[in-house]
Ligand binder design. Structure first.
Ligand code: ADP
Length: 253
């Protein structure tokens, strides 16, 4: 079962980051833990610090202070040790556009030294509804197809921990629902842990075991949907979001 009793997959402790000396903190003292088999979302307005936090979790940005450990490894220094166990997809995906869908996935599977590459890719293409595009050059795909391609790429190494930054932003409702079902199956059957961001509050409510609300570089609330609803006496996540963001903006003015 997922939850606080499952092993910790990721631990972030008091992580801070700013992009300029004396500048504002993009991430300002974030502490959190992810457990095996959880679906956790980070929600917050543009500029809240979500992407910066994820980049630090991935070991691509080094925190100014604090630490992120994944499977016990410090990401700022030991990223290579866990790189094969994690993966990531975001909307600003850049792929070799002259290669076909299948060739792209093949290249990534080779990087990860995966076995049974052919059948793995065929399965991912089916799961991401891309089977009929397997021989199409990526440069000719629609925005939504490229997004699905990005997620297929992120799943190529059967990650134990997957980060998805706005995975459904460019997908239509039907494809979004299909993607959620596929991801939920992976979480349930393989104990994958999923951390994702989304601006779609209905999706976050339905899909997440736990939610972190982020604003101004800080975590301002966290819990399951029902925890949050009862604690803040709101009817839905969108109202809570507007309440939290409104308070911060009000203070800044
Ligand atoms: P979010 O993902 O929640 O939209 P970001 O992590 O992208 O938030 O941004 C947090 C803050 O850091 C914002 O004030 C943003 O302008 C700033 N920021 C993000 N990336 C950079 C960068 N590469 N250089 C300078 N400032 C940045």
């Amino acid at each position: 079962m997922a939850g606080p009793d499952s092993p910790e997959v990721l631990v972030a402790e008091n992580v801070r980051k700013r992009y300029a000396d004396e500048g504002p903190w993009a991430v300002d003292g974030v502490t959190l833990a992810l457990h095996r088999g959880e679906v956790v979302s980070i929600v917050g307005p543009n500029g809240a610090g979500k992407s910066t936090l994820i980049q630090m979790m991935l070991g691509l940005l080094v925190p100014d202070s604090g630490s992120v450990r994944i499977f016990g490894n410090e990401m700022a220094t030991g990223r290579r040790k866990v790189a094969h166990r994690i993966n990531y997809a975001s909307t600003d995906l850049s792929l070799p556009y002259s290669l076909t869908v299948r060739e792209n996935l093949m290249a990534y599977a080779l990087i990860y030294n995966m076995r049974n590459i052919g059948s793995r890719i065929d399965r991912l293409l089916r799961e991401m509804d891309l089977a009929s595009f397997r021989d199409v050059r990526v440069g000719r795909l629609s925005t939504g197809q490229v997004a699905r391609m990005g997620i297929a790429k992120a799943l190529i190494n059967d990650p134990e921990l997957l980060f998805l930054d706005e995975p459904t932003a460019t997908l239509d409702p039907e494809v979004s629902a299909q993607l959620r079902t596929t991801l939920q199956t992976m979480v349930r059957e393989r104990g994958m842990t999923l951390l994702y961001t989304s601006h779609n509050m209905r999706e976050v409510e339905r899909f997440s075991d736990r939610i972190y609300l982020m604003n101004g570089g800080r975590l301002v609330a966290s819990g399951s949907v029902s925890d949050l609803m009862s604690r803040f006496e709101t009817e839905d996540l969108e109202s809570l979001f507007l309440q939290m963001v409104g308070q911060k903006r009000g203070k800044d003015e």
